[in-house]
Design a protein around this ligand. Structure first.
Ligand SMILES: Cc1ncc(COP(=O)(O)O)c(C=O)c1O
Length: 413
C-alpha cells in the first residue's frame, strides 16, 4: 500500500474507492506483491540449481490466488485431499503436488494416491498401512529433526513433543518398512515451524535431514518445508533469504557430491508468498470509552475474519486510511464478535480514529481468510484481487442466504 496526496492506494486503486465499490469488511490482495515475493524465493532461496517450490495452500486457499501462483511455476503443498483436488483444479500437475498427510484416514490416503499425487507419510504406523495398501509405490517420509522454531509456540512443528513427522532416531525403522513393502523412498521431508526470521535453526535442521538422507538410497528430493517469516511490525527485519539460500546451496552441493546424484531441494512457502499481499479493510462502526478511560474502536470485522491476534497474540499493523494526518492517540481496536479475545490491537497509537473511518489491517493475506469462520452466524467478507489496472472479485461476500444454504433446505412451516 502506498500513500500519495494523502490517499492510500493498493496498486493504482484508491483504497476508499475499493471499499465503496465492494463494501467492508473486505480482503484485498495485490498481485504485484505476490509476484515480488515469488521472485524473492526463486532468486534468493533458490540458489541451489535444482530447487523446486510448492506453495502451501493452507496459508490461503482462494483458487484464484492458487492459480496465479501455480502459473508462476510453483507446485502445491497440500494437507487435505480437498487441497489436493483444489491444486489440480488450479492447474498444478499431480507430480507438482505433495500431500503431507496429518492423521489422514486410509480412505483419504487412497483417494490422493488414486489422483497420482505423492504421499508424504508422517508416522510409522501410517507408513506400514500405506505399504500394505500400495506395495512397490513411491513414497515420501516426513521426519522430525528434533529442532523447531516459529513466531509463536503453537506454530513450532519440530521438536521433542511435536505430533508431526517420524523421529530422526527412527530412520532404521523407516528403512525396515520401506524394504518390507518394497516401497521407493523418493523424498524425505521436514517442516520445523512457521514464521521464523532467524537462520540458525533452519540450517541446523537441514544438517539433520542431510544426515538422514545419507542413510537413504535413491532419493529424488529433500523437502525442507516452509516457514519463511515476514516482518509484521514496522521495524522488524526481513528474513535474510540470500544468506539462507547460499548456505543451503553449499550444503546441498557438498551432500550431492558424496551422495553421487543431483538430488532436488524443495521449499514449501505459504506465509511468505501471500501474507504481505493481503489487507483486511474494515469500517469503524463504533467508538466508546471503557470505565478505565481506554478508547475502544469497534469495527465491522472481528476474530472470525482474522483470528491470529486472538489466537496467537499476533501483531498486525493498522492504518487509518481515512485520516492519515490525524493526531496520534492511543486505542484498543476491537471486532464485532461477542468474545473478550476479539481485538486486533491494544494500546495502539493511531492517527485519530472516528466512526465511519476505514482501517486497514495489514499483512493479513496468510492464515487470515484461510482460518476465517462463520462464528456467531456472521458472513465471510468478500475477497478482491488487484492486478495492476484490473480489479477482480475473487470471492463474493456471503449473505444470510448463502449462510443458510449450508444446512440444506431449512423450512419449518
Ligand atoms: C508441511 C508444511 N509445509 C509448509 C507450511 C507452510 O508454512 P509457512 O506458511 O509458514 O511457510 C506448513 C505450515 O504449517 C506446513 O505444515
Amino acid at each position: 500500500m502506498i500513500i500519495k496526496d494523502n490517499q492510500y492506494y493498493i496498486g493504482p486503486h484508491r483504497v476508499d474507492e475499493l471499499c465503496c465499490r465492494f463494501g467492508t469488511p473486505l480482503y484485498v490482495y495485490d498481485a504485484e506483491i505476490i509476484r515480488a515475493r515469488i521472485y524473492d524465493v526463486k532468486t534468493e532461496a533458490g540458489v541451489y540449481p535444482k530447487t523446486e517450490f510448492l506453495y502451501a495452500v493452507k496459508a490461503n486457499y482462494n483458487p484464484f490466488l492458487i492459480h496465479h501462483i501455480v502459473k508462476k511455476g510453483l507446485g502445491v503443498d497440500a494437507v487435505s485431499p480437498e487441497e489436493v483436488r483444489l491444486g489440480l483444479l488450479c492447474g498444478a500437475k499431480p507430480e507438482q503436488i505433495l500431500f503431507t498427510e496429518n492423521n489422514a484416514t486410509d480412505a483419504q490416503i487412497d483417494e490422493v494416491f488414486d489422483l497420482g499425487v505423492l504421499i508424504n507419510v508422517g508416522s510409522l504406523s501410517h507408513l506400514g498401512r500405506f505399504g500394505r495398501a500400495h506395495p512397490g509405490s513411491r513414497v515420501c517420509v516426513r521426519f522430525n529433526p528434533n529442532i523447531g522454531i516459529a513466531s509463536h509456540e503453537s506454530n513450532i512443528t519440530g521438536g521433542a513433543d511435536s505430533k508431526f513427522g517420524i523421529s530422526f532416531q527412527d530412520v532404521d525403522r523407516v528403512k525396515g518398512l520401506i524394504d518390507q513393502y518394497q516401497l521407493r523412498l523418493v523424498g524425505i521431508h521436514q517442516h520445523i515451524g512457521s514464521g521464523w526470521l532467524r537462520l540458525r535453526e533452519p540450517i541446523l535442521a537441514l544438517d539433520v535431514i542431510l544426515d538422514i538422507a545419507k542413510q537413504c538410497d535413491g532419493l529424488e528430493f529433500i523437502d525442507v518445508g516452509g516457514g519463511f517469516g515476514v516482518p509484521y511490525r514496522p521495524k522488524e527485519h526481513r528474513l535474510d533469504m540470500k544468506t539462507l539460500g547460499r548456505q543451503i546451496a553449499k550444503r546441498m552441493e557438498q551432500f550431492c557430491a558424496s551422495y553421487g546424484s543431483d538430488v532436488a531441494l524443495r521449499f514449501e512457502p505459504g506465509r511468505y508468498i501471500i501474507a504481505e499481499a493481503g489487507h483486511l479493510l474494515t469500517t469503524v462502526s463504533g467508538m466508546k470509552q471503557s470505565i478505565s478511560r481506554r478508547t475502544i474502536v469497534g469495527t465491522d470485522t472481528g476474530m472470525h475474519h482474522l483470528v491470529r491476534t486472538a489466537m496467537y497474540g499476533s501483531y498486525h499493523e493498522i492504518v487509518n486510511i481515512t485520516n492519515p494526518d490525524g493526531m496520534h492517540q492511543e486505542y484498543d481496536v476491537t471486532g464485532n464478535i461477542c468474545e473478550c479475545a476479539d481485538f486486533f490491537a491494544k494500546n495502539r497509537m493511531l492517527p485519530e480514529v472516528r466512526e465511519g473511518d476505514i482501517l486497514s489491517i495489514e499483512t493479513a493475506g496468510a492464515y487470515g481468510m484461510a482460518m476465517a469462520s462463520n462464528y456467531q452466524f456472521r458472513p465471510l467478507p468478500a475477497e478482491v484481487l488487484v492486478d495492476e489496472d484490473r480489479v477482480t472479485e475473487i470471492r463474493p461476500r456471503q449473505t444470510f442466504g448463502t449462510l443458510l444454504a449450508q444446512f440444506g433446505h431449512v423450512s419449518f412451516s
